[in-house]
Design a protein around this ligand. Structure first.
Ligand code: N2P
Length: 392
């Protein structure tokens, strides 16, 4: 772990403490002695009727439609304390440590499986979520593999980890070399990275975002349980390390301002960068590539930590979000596909027809569905990524 990560974690711990205390203080100030029992993970979330009007919400950055929280606060009188984290690893560390102070979090399904198994999340009370019926059952059946019975997690947004390019800058830097058949070559093959380093290569700054794609590139299973596979991916990555300039989990500006010309990023963020470049009237053209060899799909999910102090409020937000027009705003405003079937009628036509947002069946076939990592794999992944970043 480097200094920046350590500082980020320390800052996170402070925020966490602040958030936890805030929840406790508010609850002292506004609740009667008849507080519902909410501590055991097996106990379902309450309706929230007796809870203090607070919701401590922890989500990824650039992942919230603009008016959603304000609308929820206005309608319910529940004050939302909203904070961000940049990786599944950061959120997981907080859930494992316990007492996070958060009522609602957004783990990727790849991490949610072990979080459910470890009893870190609270079972949902679906009777309190009438809009649950709006969800796309095809997606729910995919999530059933990590959350049997769909008892703990509700899809927020989904997408794929892929290669972003600034078209003109990449063309210029490749200087006549044609685009590779496999877009992953742009970020993993020294023949291309040595050329693109001049215009800036950016990687997501998290082991679990980079290693599955790297494993797949070298012909190994994306969620391999074999430590030797991670070492092999590390050897491949070491060859391109000198060419990688930026590590960032918030690279929208780096792409839209032209600081990076090729990146490994999240499909929705890449599309946000594409729209931002257009809004800025710059001549930068960003594209989320759909690699011929496929990419790793992710599902981010709403979940309630087992020790949440305001689980009923969290469920109120979940139900609010599952209203078709609210779920649609995640697609319309921040370019991530919705998993809400009833929301599709509210998605703007230009978003609905965007083949890099809602993938075609043929493209979907090429994608790798989420699985999960063993503890050994996670450790191997962290070690390989730390070494990779250190090397130059
Ligand atoms: C952040 C989106 C997070 C997607 N803008 C990956 N979980």
């Amino acid at each position: 772990m480097n200094t920046k990560q350590l500082l980020a974690m320390a800052a996170g711990t402070l925020l966490l403490a602040a958030c936890g205390n805030q929840g406790a203080d508010t609850s002292k100030a506004t609740t009667s002695a008849a507080q519902p029992a909410t501590s055991a993970a097996s106990v379902q979330a309450s309706s929230g009727a007796d809870e203090p009007k607070v919701l401590n919400f922890y989500n990824w950055p650039d992942y919230m439609p603009e008016h959603l929280l304000a609308d929820f606060e206005k309608e319910t009188g529940i004050k939302v304390n909203y904070q961000n984290y940049e990786s599944n690893e950061m959120l997981n560390a907080k859930l494992v440590a316990g007492n996070s102070g958060y009522d609602l979090v957004v783990p990727g399904s790849v991490f949610a499986k072990t979080q459910i198994e470890a009893g870190l999340l609270r079972k949902l009370d679906k009777a309190q979520i009438p809009n649950y019926k709006n969800l796309d059952m095809a997606i729910m059946s995919k999530l059933d593999k990590v959350d049997p019975g769909n008892d703990y997690i509700i899809p927020w947004g989904w997408g794929y980890v892929t290669v972003a390019i600034n078209k003109k800058a990449v063309e210029k830097a490749l200087a006549g070399t044609p685009m590779p058949e496999n877009a992953w070559d742009l970020v993993f093959n020294p023949t291309y990275t040595s050329k693109l380093k001049s215009c800036g290569i950016a990687y997501l700054d998290t082991p679990s975002e980079i290693l599955p794609s790297a494993l797949r590139y070298i012909g190994k299973p994306a969620y391999s349980a074999d430590v030797a596979d991670y070492k092999a991916a590390g050897e491949m990555l070491a060859k391109v390390r000198p060419d990688v300039r930026i590590f960032s989990s918030t690279m929208i500006d780096d792409l839209s301002s032209g600081k990076a010309c090729a990146a490994i990023g999240w499909s929705g963020d890449i599309n946000i960068a594409r729209h931002r470049a257009v809004e800025n009237q710059s001549d930068i053209e960003i594209e989320a590539l759909v690699p011929s060899t496929g990419a790793i799909i992710f599902f981010d999910t709403l979940a309630i930590p087992k020790d949440a102090k305001h689980p009923g409020n969290a469920q109120k937000f979940i139900d609010f979000f599952l209203r078709p027009e609210n779920s649609a705003s995640l697609t319309n405003e921040i370019s991530y596909p919705t998993a809400n079937a009833a929301a599709k009628a509210h998605v703007k036509p230009e978003m609905a027809s965007d083949a890099t947002t809602f993938l075609s069946d043929a493209d979907m076939e090429k994608m790798v569905s989420p699985e999960s990592f063993t503890n050994e794999a996670r450790e191997a992944m962290n070690n390989v990524f730390t070494e990779f970043k250190k090397g130059k």
